[in-house]
Design a protein. Structure first.
Length: 364
């Protein structure tokens, strides 16, 4: 069974995922998936020379129907400019094979010959934060490329996993990297391959966890259902007591994973229930409710002004991001604006945080 690198964050943790997912009806891409596919297509069209700039595609529809708007074109052009500025020949959407069961197509990769540095970049147009440290998807691509290049006598001194995410705020910025030696990355790739082998056995084991939130088979997984009921029993137990700092950390880790598992099951079962209701089936105690959206005018501004005596088109100050999209200099806007900090909230330290911090110091 072939394994998709884009789902590696699931099947490396749950061997049963590929088999169970293959038995589910084909997923209909949602708006987020269609938008992301369109954004990747815009980048590909420019990087492969089909068009000179992303702006040329404004007003064009991708084959999935998604419209390329000015905001998308501007963000993708900045991604393209970032790749060109770094240098090296950029390989775009070229299929690579890690082994007989794992292959895929990286967004972009480049080898800086003078430095012996191999870059692999993944464009993420969604809002959910993706971290580069030990990112299994990009690591698979780079692992395949390393094997291909080294077999041909190419020396690689350093590997950089890059995530470019233009629409999500992150303290490290929209472009984040994990820099390591090729030996370190390949050691991680070997772990991924070992996990992949476990998916190929006749009856792979289903292992529930926080990865279930993204599994298409979550609504039919008995292991996930059983785990959720056990979580409910544990949460209902009387556990009020003073916790040490270590015990509190363990409790937070448990609750975070439990929340993801419960949410994954809830999302999957809700989706299945909605589909059944739409087909005419009755789900006892549940029904489809249409919520009211935000009120909006249906009459033109001139009519509203004439009948109410009020101007509905009151000018308002645009945001710094909107001003940049209008063509203002980012450097000038940066001096005239600020990003206020919100009230601090407890947050898990991201994997690789300290590794990246020290590796950046080493590179200076």
């Amino acid at each position: 069974m072939q394994l998709r690198p884009s789902a590696a964050h699931i099947w490396t943790k749950c061997p049963a995922n590929p088999l169970m997912a293959s038995k589910m009806p084909p997923e209909v891409p949602g708006d987020a998936a269609r938008e992301g596919t369109c954004a990747a297509w815009v980048a590909e069209m420019v990087l492969t020379g089909v068009v000179a700039s992303a702006a040329e595609l404004i007003g064009t529809n991708h084959e999935n129907g998604w419209l390329v708007e000015p905001d998308m074109a501007q963000r993708i052009q900045k991604y393209i400019d970032h790749l060109h500025k770094r240098g090296g020949k950029i390989f775009v959407e070229r299929k690579v094979r890690l082994n007989s069961t794992i292959d895929g197509t990286p967004d972009a990769w480049a080898l800086l010959d003078d430095e012996g540095v191999l870059h692999g970049d993944d464009l993420k147009y969604g809002f959910s934060i993706v971290e580069p440290y030990k990112n299994p998807q990009v690591s698979i691509y780079l692992g395949a490329i390393i094997r291909f290049l080294t077999a041909r006598g190419v020396t690689i001194k350093r590997v950089v996993v890059g995530i470019y995410q233009p629409r999500s705020w992150h303290p490290a910025g929209i472009y984040r990297t994990w820099s390591c030696f090729p030996e370190e990355l390949m050691a991680f790739v070997h772990e991924i391959e070992a996990a992949g082998e476990k998916t190929q056995v006749p009856n792979p084991v289903a292992i529930p966890g926080d990865h279930c939130e993204y599994c298409p088979a979550a609504s039919t997984c008995a292991a996930l259902a059983a785990a959720n009921y056990r979580i409910f029993d544990m949460l209902c137990a009387d556990t009020q007591r003073h916790m040490t700092a270590v015990e509190m950390a363990e409790e937070l880790n448990f609750l975070e994973k439990a929340n993801d598992m419960l949410q994954g099951r809830m999302n999957a079962v809700t989706t299945e229930a909605e589909a059944r209701v739409k087909r005419g089936e009755t789900i006892p105690g549940w029904h489809m409710e249409q919520r009211a959206g935000q009120r909006r005018f249906t009459a033109p501004a001139s009519v509203i002004r004439a009948l109410t005596g009020k101007n509905p088109e009151v000018p308002k100050m645009v945001t710094p991001a909107e001003l940049e999209r209008m063509g203002a200099s980012e450097a000038v806007v940066a001096k005239l604006s600020e990003t206020p900090r919100t009230t601090p909230r407890l947050k898990r330290i991201a994997p690789g945080y300290f590794t990246n911090m020290f590796s950046k110091k080493d590179q200076k």
